[in-house]
Design a protein around this ligand. Structure first.
Ligand code: AMP
Length: 135
């Protein structure tokens, strides 16, 4: 059965997309730790990130780097932190989170509650930074 992220990539379930290429897809985490919290996923459905091929993992990291640049441009922050957990959704993904301090990366912190309009505007800001990068 397809994972929820495969359904998102296929457009069967809505998402707040921020970037995409032929192999990877980036969209906002629905329970964000910060405005701009983004997930990067490979379109090929693989559960555990370290089961990706070396080449796929390297390409995913380069894609995530570009997304992180766009996030930081849209949401100025000290750094964009990266984490991999993957205990909830069995489809490899990298979390990218704008942070000011170490504790901003704690996953048990309360999540932001954003409206649909707020999610759209966060996604649009990152999308336009992404588009400017690729112009
Ligand atoms: P984990 O597998 O532990 O890395 O956590 C999965 C992450 O995916 C969580 O942060 C969820 O909020 C996020 N998530 C789950 N379903 C969706 C969805 N439909 N759209 C966006 N983010 C999601």
């Amino acid at each position: 059965m397809a994972t929820i992220f495969s359904k998102i990539i296929a457009g069967e379930i809505p998402s707040y997309k921020v970037a995409e290429d032929d192999r990877f897809y980036a969209f906002l985490d629905i329970n964000p730790l910060a405005k701009g919290h983004t997930l990067v996923v490979p379109k090929r459905e693989v559960d555990y990130i370290f089961d990706l091929t070396d080449e796929e993992l390297a390409a995913m990291q380069v894609f995530a780097k570009r997304v992180a640049l766009a996030i930081r441009q849209a949401f100025p922050c000290k750094k964009v932190g990266q984490a991999v957990i993957g205990l909830e959704v069995p489809h490899a993904h990298i979390h990218l989170i704008p942070i000011q301090k170490e504790s901003d990366m704690i996953f048990s912190n309360p999540k932001l509650k954003l409206t649909d309009e707020e999610f759209r505007s966060v996604a649009a800001a990152i999308q336009s930074a992404w588009a400017a990068q690729h112009a």
